[in-house]
Design a protein around this ligand. Structure first.
Ligand code: HEM
Length: 69
């Protein structure tokens, strides 16, 4: 499950960076909260879940991990 979370995190990271680069290059800051949430929930939290599942394989193999994902 760790790998699945980390793969999803990388996708969110690329989207979050894209929104950030768009905002800074256009000086259109309306999407700040979208950018912050994609990066912090999508990238940071998902990556953290992935790392935690990597170090706790019993939790990773539990059916709750699938529901969590
Ligand atoms: C290429 C990388 C990035 C660029 C170009 C970028 C650009 C920006 C810009 C232009 C803003 C708006 C600043 C303002 O309102 O004055 C912003 C806000 C923010 N960014 Fe990024 N960002 C990047 C990466 C990240 C990452 C990796 C994270 C978190 C892991 C992050 C978290 C935030 C947060 C929390 C805010 C505040 C949002 C708000 O005030 O509504 N950013 N960023």
């Amino acid at each position: 499950m760790g790998v699945r979370f980390i793969k999803a995190a990388v996708v969110y990271f690329l989207i979050g960076l894209g929104v950030g680069i768009y905002m800074s290059s256009s000086q259109d800051l309306r999407f700040g909260s979208l950018h912050a949430h994609i990066n912090l929930v999508g990238w940071v939290s998902m990556a953290l879940f992935g790392v935690i599942y990597h170090f706790f394989p019993k939790a990773s193999n539990h059916k709750l991990a699938t529901i969590h994902f």
